[in-house]
Structures are given as structure tokens and as C-alpha cells.
Design a protein. Structure first.
Length: 389
């Protein structure tokens, strides 16, 4: 008998078949020349998880809830059918078992959070959907969500890959997205376009290594991190630029002739920043301290020297060109259309299933439906052109 559970289970049980159908559809579109992979645009969209914001708990609370859930499962299973109809009893058993499974999954998820390097104090897992993560929402505020990554072929707006991740930002999502495109179409896109949320030096280098033309806005970091002192009321004569770098000794000389030795490096967005520091004793005795580093009480003055990889410099240069800027201008229209359709037309603003795997399938259903809709539109357009007026 077909009921709501049959349909609901069907939707999330046949991932191999669904993935196969998605890839077959792409194959047909490709054969028709409707997908070229000349230019692919990737974008991420947050879709709410089936979990309440107040369902996040620490491990101790979940362990306690699990004990109670196990007791409830035992109690429900011990109930005789006379106490309720058979159907009702089965529904109660199913609900109690599902709650126990969700709590067990929630406890396991703390191991994953450790790998994600979450601050111990911040580690909380949802008892409704353990794999959901609290993410910043486009309209403001935070909510339990998943990050849906969609790659769209620019020629006709066909979605060529979809993936769901737990990361709250898009920073490391471009390479996995390209992997999915290659897996689906056995071909590498020639050019890929993203917004600035994907840009990092690792991504720029990776795209270069994969021989993919990468188009995205490049944040100008020049001047950033030269020295945090320059914005703290330091006299112009003691700004970082007044400190002289000596490459041979890898150190700086300050305007008073004292040495700032190499202290360490920091990874920045697109650069590596090397930090140099004067001796505390030198600065304490310096008559110009009030103009150079007035706030320093326990350490000497520091300056930073930034270096940029050749690949990043080349990317930065490219993104200043008119051609690259013109390509980037069409990004939003192509990349954001499927996201908008899925949320506005298909009303997928919140997943109706729980867990990364099932949520991934729900997103895939939506993208498959979207592609079929695009395909029908393209077929109608073709037919209209062929038909005599
Ligand atoms: S405060 Fe320190 S770094 Fe600044 S000028 Fe004096 S000695 Fe040099």
C-alpha cells in the first residue's frame, strides 16, 4: 500500500539510481550541445535544516536524553496492542526508535566537530538533525542549515553538479565542486567563475594547476597588515614604511636605528605576512616611544612584511582587465538563477528530511527537476525556431 512513508522513503532511498538519472540527463543535454563546460559558475546557498535553533545541546544533555529515549523505546515495545490500535502502536514504536537513533547520531557527531576544530565550549549538536550546522543566513541572523553548492553551465543555465556541505562558508568549496562536475561529465570546465567568498591563495593555485581559468573578484590586501600600529595614532614618521628591511639579515631597522628581528609568520587571505619585533628593552628606553608604539607595555614595536605568490599576483593582474570584469558581471544572473528557482518556485527553503545524505538527495531532486524544466524550455525554443512562421 502506498502511503506518505512509502513516498517519503522512496525519495531518499535510491541515491545510486537518482545520481544515475541526473548524470544521464546531463549526458543527453551534452550530446545536444546544450552543455559545453566552456564556462561554469559555482555558487552556494544556505537552506534551513529540519531542526529548531534551540535543539542544540552539549554531550552531557544528549547522553541523558538518550537514556530516557531508550527507556521510552522499551516501554512502548512492552505495551500490549490492546492499549491502542496496532497502527497506533507501530507509529509510537517508530517515533520512539527514530528519536533514539537521532540522539545516538548526535553523540557520534561530536567526533566530527572535533575534526572541524570547533572550540570545545562551542561544541553543541542538534538533537533533531545532528549533521546540521548553525549558519549565517543571507537575510541576517543564524539558523541550523546546510550549504548547497551548485555548479551551473553558463551556456544555457543547466546545473552540472550539486553537493551539500556542512561548512558555513564557501571558502574551500570550489575544488570539491569541480570534482563533482568532472565526475558527472568526465570533463574539466575550461573556465570557472565564483564570487569573492571562494577566493583564497590555495584556490587560485589549485585552479592554475588544473589549467582552469579562474574568474573572481580579488580583494586588494595591499597595505593590510603592514602594521596595525599605523592606525593607532602613531606619528607619520614612525609608520611601518619608515622601517627599513634588510633582506640579508631578514630584519628591519627602525628610525632610531634599532633592530626588529623576525618573530613569525601569519597566513592571510591571499598573502603570507612575516612579523618582526624590536626588543622590549630598546623601546622602553627610546625617547620616541610615545610617537612610535605608545600602547606597548609588555612587548616592543612590530612591523609586518607581506609576500604574495606569483600565481596570486598573476590572478590579481588578470582581474583588473576589462575582459575578466565583463565575465564577472554576468556571474550573478547565471549562478544565482537555479538557487532562486529552487527556493522561490520549488519552495525548498527548508529541507523536509534530516542528515547530510538525505538532504543531498532532496537537493539533487530539486536540481534534476530544474534541469528538466530548462531542457523543456530549450526544446520548445528549438521547435519554435524550426516551425515556419
Ligand atoms: S620605540 Fe622602539 S621601534 Fe620605535 S623608534 Fe624607538 S626603539 Fe625604534
Amino acid at each position: 500500500m502506498i502511503n506518505a512513508h512509502t513516498l517519503s522513503d522512496f525519495r531518499v532511498k535510491h541515491d545510486t539510481a537518482l545520481n544515475g538519472l541526473f548524470v544521464q540527463t546531463l549526458g543527453l543535454l551534452s550530446v545536444d550541445g546544450l552543455i559545453t563546460l566552456e564556462r561554469v559558475m559555482q555558487d552556494g546557498t544556505k537552506i534551513r535544516a529540519k531542526a529548531a535553533a534551540d535543539s542544540f545541546r552539549r554531550p552531557q544533555r544528549i547522553e541523558q536524553a538518550l537514556k530516557e529515549a531508550k527507556a521510552q523505546v522499551a516501554a512502548v515495545e512492552a505495551m500490549s496492542e490492546e492499549e491502542g490500535s496496532r497502527r497506533m502502536a507501530k507509529a509510537r514504536q517508530r517515533a520512539a526508535r527514530e528519536r533514539q537513533e537521532r540522539l545516538e547520531q548526535a553523540l557520534k557527531e561530536f567526533e566530527q566537530l572535533k575534526k572541524e576544530d570547533k572550540d570545545k565550549e562551542q561544541r553543541r549538536v542538534s538533537t533533531s538533525d545532528a549533521e546540521a550546522r548553525v549558519m549565517k543566513q543571507p537575510g541576517g541572523g543564524y539558523a541550523p542549515s546546510y550549504n548547497v553548492q551548485i555548479d551551473t553551465d553558463a551556456k544555457n543555465g543547466v546545473v552540472v553538479a550539486v553537493g551539500v556541505v556542512q561548512a558555513g562558508n564557501d571558502f574551500e568549496q570550489l575544488e570539491p565542486g569541480i570534482d563533482r562536475v568532472e565526475h558527472n561529465l568526465k570533463e574539466t570546465p575550461k573556465e570557472v567563475v565564483t564570487d569573492g567568498g571562494y577566493v583564497s591563495k590555495d584556490t587560485i593555485v589549485a585552479m592554475k594547476e588544473r589549467a582552469i581559468e579562474y574568474i573572481a573578484p580579488c580583494v586588494d590586501e595591499a597595505g593590510k597588515g603592514q602594521s596595525s600600529y599605523d592606525n593607532r595614532g602613531v606619528s607619520a614618521e614612525y609608520h611601518s614604511l619608515r622601517f627599513i628591511y634588510d633582506a640579508q639579515s631578514n630584519s628591519y631597522l627602525c628610525p632610531q636605528g634599532k633592530t626588529l628581528s623576525y618573530e613569525g609568520k601569519e597566513q592571510r587571505h591571499l598573502q603570507v605576512s612575516y612579523r618582526y619585533r624590536a626588543k622590549r628593552s630598546d623601546c622602553e628606553r627610546c625617547p620616541m616611544k610615545s610617537q612610535c608604539c605608545p600602547g606597548n607595555r609588555v612587548v616592543g614595536r612590530s612591523v609586518h612584511r607581506s609576500e604574495e605568490l606569483a600565481e596570486v599576483a598573476e590572478f590579481r593582474h588578470k582581474m583588473k582587465s576589462e575582459g575578466a570584469r565583463a565575465i564577472y558581471k554576468i556571474r550573478a544572473q547565471v549562478a544565482e538563477t537555479p538557487n532562486l528557482w529552487i527556493k522561490e518556485k520549488f519552495k525548498l527553503r527548508q529541507f523536509s528530511v534530516r542528515g547530510l545524505a538525505k538532504v543531498g538527495m532532496e537537493a539533487l531532486w530539486a536540481c534534476l527537476t530544474y534541469n528538466i524544466r530548462v531542457w523543456m524550455r530549450l526544446c520548445w525554443r528549438k521547435a519554435a525556431v524550426v516551425q515556419p512562421a
